[in-house]
Write a protein that binds this ligand. Structure first.
Ligand SMILES: [Zn+2]
Length: 488
């Protein structure tokens, strides 16, 4: 009997273009060869990748030396496999196979020891993670990504694959914490405060009290932080108060009068707008340096979450969708990658690629950041992670790996469900998809091979994995250090 092809299959064949394989961490190359990763990708998506994304740093260190940065290289910077001895080699192997290359940077650079550039939360506590709002951080990020670009251009001179784009991972720029219904958001370092105040004078003062406008849209609970992400570009104070009432968050305020709540809502909207502006400004400053003087500049890409407002990326997705963002003098990027969940949330003016993992890079980053913290002696001595015994840390890593694996969308069904590709017949601006090259087996081998650094005296209360947002904050919060200083 002949089998017919239906709309779904026809759509699928049109939807698979622009396929990109992402290597989230160079450790992946230690446990699988480029050919194996390409064949896993083919099995998952029914199509071979046209390009590869390689990181230019790992959470535990640099992948190549940078003049002026004294930190050592990542434990996974060299001897990744029999055929790959370093970063240029990794670029070469994929480009030789005909894949174009994208380079990705996670601008939080948790391995750098630079107190003046670190995140500071609203109550003044600092973190082991750099603030992208500081222009010195932007310079460091640009010098690492720019050096990666130079290496990739040099390495791909004679290969079929060429450098095609540079990506900034914005998933976790602003980690959040909370304590007793008090929200501790980042970042309020001097450069952030100056930027926010410049955009909205008087803004910072509104948040240095409790309760404050965040309490209308965020809530600390036993299991983490509840958020309202449905904050649309055109929402006004009325809509925010409505959403807050729906969730019951407004009960944080004693004064429940309408004028008071509307004023708080305006404060929250001002914060969201100012933070969004700040992130784009920082990205632009990095891209400008990275691309300066290049004859054939690669595409500038933002990787964020598929939510109307991402609290940890500080971006309002719909606000990115204006022509002026990508055309002309003010353009700050060329393409956006995000996880596409529902057809109503999409970009109609700006080219974008479906990132096939929910919350964008967030869970993947969380897993590799935890691994980097577990193996870093200094992080173990100075952050909340230091009190977790080594065996328990490995267990937590396995749980985080399971979460990251569960966040991956794999299989052709999810591709078929995406909106059409950009073409003459379709007005869609989707130019492809990105699939993450990690499997449970690779992740388990990585955990197995990881050397956990000795920690502090265990606190004994570490049962269960805290929700991911609290964990991200715990990993970088320098609370243990503070506690010790006080005791001395
Ligand atoms: Zn800052």
């Amino acid at each position: 009997m002949t089998r017919r092809t239906f709309a779904f299959q026809q759509r699928l064949t049109k939807n698979t273009g622009g396929s990109v394989l992402e290597i989230p961490h160079t450790a992946v190359l230690k446990y699988a060869t480029p050919d194996e990763l390409i064949s896993i990708f083919k099995n998952q998506w029914g199509v071979a990748p046209e390009a590869v994304v390689l990181p230019v740093t790992n959470p535990d260190g640099l992948l190549f030396p940078i003049e002026g940065l004294s930190e050592g290289l990542s434990a996974y910077a060299a001897n990744l496999g029999s055929s790959i001895k370093d970063f240029p080699d990794a670029v070469l192997r994929f480009a030789d196979l005909g894949l174009d290359v994208y380079l990705l940077i996670d601008p939080t650079l948790p391995f750098l020891n630079s107190d003046p550039l670190q995140l500071i939360d609203i109550v003044g506590d600092s973190s082991r993670q750099l603030c992208i709002g500081n222009s010195r951080t932007q310079d460091i990020v640009a010098s690492i990504l720019g050096t990666g670009v130079d290496i990739a251009i040099e390495t791909t001179k004679k290969t079929r694959g060429k450098l095609r784009g540079v990506v900034i991972d914005l998933a976790n720029l602003w980690p959040m914490g909370g304590d007793n219904s008090r929200l501790e958001l980042t970042c309020f370092c001097p450069s952030c405060e100056a930027f926010l105040e410049n955009i909205k004078p008087g803004l910072v003062r509104k948040f240095k009290t409790f309760p404050n406008p965040w309490n209308l849209v965020l809530q600390v609970s036993d299991t983490g932080i509840g958020h309202i992400n449905e904050i649309r570009r055109d929402d006004g104070p009325d809509e925010i108060v409505g959403l807050s009432r729906l969730k019951g968050f407004h009960k944080a305020f004693e004064d429940n009068s309408v004028p008071f709540l509307l004023d708080q809502a305006q404060g929250a909207l001002d914060y969201i707008e100012a933070r969004h502006t700040q992130v784009l400004f920082a990205a632009r400053s990095i891209f400008d340096q990275v691309l300066s003087g290049l004859d054939m500049p690669p595409r500038r890409i933002l990787l964020t979450e598929g939510m109307y407002y991402s609290w940890t990326a500080g971006l309002q997705l719909e606000r990115l969708d204006s022509k002026s963002n990508v055309d002309g003098r003010d353009s700050s990027f060329d393409e956006v990658w995000f996880d596409i969940r529902s057809s109503s949330l999409s970009l109609t003016n700006v080219e974008h690629r479906a990132y096939m993992c929910s919350r964008g890079h967030y869970y993947i980053d969380a897993f590799f950041h935890l691994a980097a913290n577990a193996s870093n002696a200094e992080a173990r001595a100075s952050t909340g992670i230091g009190r977790v015994p080594p065996a328990r840390l490995k267990e937590m890593l396995r749980e985080m790996l399971a979460k990251a694996m569960a966040s991956l969308m794999t299989g052709q069904t999810s591709l078929g469900a995406l909106q059409d590709m950009k073409s003459v017949e379709s007005s869609s601006q989707r130019v492809g998809f990105v699939g993450v090259g990690i499997t449970k087996e690779i992740g388990e081998k990585f955990i197995e091979g990881l050397k956990v650094a000795p920690g502090l005296t265990p606190s004994g209360e570490s049962t269960g994995v805290p929700d991911i947002e609290s964990l991200m904050r715990l990993m970088i919060a320098q609370g243990v250090q503070r506690e010790r200083d006080n005791n001395e």
